[in-house]
Design a binder for this molecule. Structure first.
Ligand code: SF4
Length: 492
């Protein structure tokens, strides 16, 4: 366990995130000096951060057993350029702490002090403020200590995102998300709202009734707005039967004005849920983009992570989708899966290249507390999860070979190797909704259990409202979920 002691309750969340990034396998506890619980850790080594009126000190010490005042073993200090500027103070604090942690662990983090999930949002804001590409890159490197490679990647992506989003109706526009929270089985690493379809089969009709109620509400409430994109995700939307897909997509199609819709995605997802009839239903309703997600093309890993489909099923589903006329197919991959080596990743990339999808989303495995993976790590050890610079480069090179460019990027907490998730796409095949949700530039109305709607105001403020995760509760309280959205929209 890593203990951090602060003399004031400031920036505790940022400090926790940065220390955790250096010690991903350890529990990190941040205390304010004098807190009762801290006494139980007396005698342990600890980092400390001391806020002074004009400076901050950070160091390493032993927590005393007897006295209240911990004695400093060694410390680094920074004199603040402007103690009243919260953002500047936070950045100076994080650089100070980064230096200390880097000395202790002999590690550099690819993203430097950036622990948030949207590093490209910063690059995008800088470009919008009129900074040049070089100035933005330098700012990312100097302010956040991001590596040259990652700073360059974030600038490159921000620029591409600006171009892709040029036709979006930010202020008057919105996007629609519909969540189908059912899956064939639960994957080892899953932390999404997902329930086994076998347990809910009899109530899917009721779920669609509830979604239709929500759709009717959005149709009325957003009558004066412009719909830019529609995304049906989950879960696994293709756990719905062909007639159920037909019903849902038909309702969506009939309820909105499609004049300005630039993208209609159905995340088909798991190969074990895809059939020709379902693809036909999806195609019939004008869906422009689908996903067929292998995560890995290694049979042994697929079994281990509980996907319950084979590599061959992925290939069959992919070719079936091509046969049915889908010309924009995304594939999701995860790097750092249990037991996978560099050679396994290289093999997956080669097999994916042979299929030739239109976009690839490459994730670094994130260990979420809500997932079964946590328990699995306790039993098998974290040393079986390897994501490295080299595997990231293998995936990037594979995407390049397929004629793709990186177009969106986000990070998650507790990611294997502290890397990032990157979306690559061929020209004209980027997932617009993916960028919109990451850059938070447009309001998104999200329907279904476990979804979160976002209202983005012209001044950049964002308000959110969520729906209950439990499907039974969602069915019971759908009217309340609609009221929450009504309230959210009434603020705009
Ligand atoms: S397919 Fe996705 S949502 Fe479903 S269980 Fe696997 S990770 Fe979770």
């Amino acid at each position: 366990m890593i203990v951090v002691v602060l003399n004031e309750d400031r920036y505790a969340y940022d400090i926790h995130s940065l220390v955790k990034a250096f010690y991903p396998e350890q529990e990190v506890k941040v205390f304010v000096q004098g807190e009762k619980d801290l006494k139980s850790d007396a005698g342990l080594p600890a980092f400390f951060v001391r806020f002074e009126p004009e400076a901050i000190a950070a160091g390493y010490q032993m927590l005393p057993k007897e006295t209240k005042e911990p004695g400093a073993a060694k410390e680094n200090r920074v004199v603040l350029t402007d103690p009243k500027d919260r953002i500047a103070v936070k950045n100076e604090l994080k650089r100070l702490l980064y230096g200390l942690l880097s000395q202790e662990t002999k590690k550099q983090l690819p993203w430097g002090t950036l622990t948030g999930i949207r590093p490209t949002k910063i690059a995008m804001q800088l470009l919008e403020q009129g900074k040049t590409l070089q100035e933005t890159q330098t700012y990312m490197e100097e302010t956040y200590l991001a590596s040259q490679e990652k700073a360059g990647l974030s600038v490159d992506i921000a620029l591409r995102e600006q171009q892709i989003l040029s036709g979006i109706h930010y202020e008057k526009g919105y996007s629609l998300y519909i969540g189908i929270p059912f899956c064939p089985t639960t994957c080892l690493y899953c932390s999404f709202t997902s329930f086994p379809i076998c347990a809910w089969k009899k109530r899917v009709g009721e779920y669609l009734d509830a979604l239709e109620k929500e759709i009717d509400f959005v149709r009325e409430a957003c009558r004066d707005k412009i719909l830019d994109s529609v995304y049906i995700g989950g879960g696994t939307p293709t756990t719905l039967e062909p007639d159920q897909l037909d019903r849902l997509l038909g309702k969506v199609r009939a309820s909105f004005d499609w004049t300005h819709v630039k993208e209609f995605t159905v995340e088909a997802g798991r190969a074990d849920s895809i059939t020709r009839e379902k693809l036909k239903a999806i195609k019939r309703h004008g869906v422009t983009r689908i996903s067929v997600n292998p995560q890995t093309m290694n049979e042994k890993t697929l079994k281990l992570i509980g996907r319950q489909h084979t590599v061959q099923q992925v290939k069959d589903a992919f070719w079936l989708a091509r046969e049915e006329g889908f010309d924009n197919i995304n594939m999701d991959l995860i790097l750092g899966l249990p037991g996978e080596t560099q050679a396994d990743v290289a093999d997956t990339i080669e097999q994916v290249k042979a299929l030739g999808p239109d976009s690839l989303t490459v994730h670094s495995l994130a260990v979420k507390r809500a997932s079964r993976l946590c328990q699995w790590i306790e039993e098998n050890g974290i040393s079986t999860l390897h994501n490295t610079d080299e595997t990231m480069r293998i995936a990037a090179a594979g995407a390049r070979d397929l004629g793709m460019e990186p177009y969106y990027l986000y990070r998650q907490k507790n990611m294997s190797g502290n890397f990032e998730n990157v979306g690559y796409a061929r020209p004209g095949k980027a997932g617009i909704y993916n960028i919109l949700i990451m850059e938070e530039k447009e309001s998104i109305l999200a329907l279904g259990a476990g979804t979160i709607s976002k209202e983005v105001y012209p001044d950049g403020r964002i308000e959110r409202c969520d729906s209950v995760k439990d499907v039974g509760l969602y069915l019971e309280k759908v009217d309340e979920m609609i009221e929450r959205k009504r309230k959210l929209l009434s603020h705009s």
